[in-house]
Design a protein around this ligand. Sequence first.
Ligand code: NI
Length: 193
Amino acid sequence: MSLRPLTLLGAPVLRTVAAAIDDVSAVAIQRLAQDMAETMLAEQGVGLAAPQVGVSQRLIVFYVPESRADTAKPVPLQILINPTFVPLAPDTVSGLEGCLSLPGLRGQVPRYRHIGYTGFDLAGMKIEREAEGFHARVVQHEIDHLDGVMYLDRMVDFISLTHESVLRRQIQQEAEEADAQSKKQSPAEVPNQ
Ligand code: NI
């Protein structure tokens, strides 16, 4: 396993529709998945799509950490090949997103609240699941990467686009103010995807 360098906004691979993977058992795919998982964790992201490491193939990795369990149950590391999703309800929710290919930025993005998704694991077994909240958000964000779509494209307006250092300061201030009144828990930081 090894870490792979991240591609950043402006790289053509991030704007390209990625190819379906025919042979899940190929050594290159197995290695790619392991490297992506390692890279995501090293970069402190919660999701990563193959184009973000310069590979235009339909593979994503993600997980839902305990810190996001307010909106979705924690989900251990997932590797999904040729993933697809469908909304199971028409309503969307707005939430802050970050992306390892857009370092330092966070923005409000509407996503379907409740989805069904499918894909294949590294053994070629079909996976079919339902997801809500943050879990649903991560899956939609990562599948977008496979279609050359960045979260910026989904933003309703750019007013909410914020540098993470500003956001961190705001969260800190709010926590301090809340702490002055009660021992309230500070909101979890928004992870990269
Ligand atoms: Ni991303």
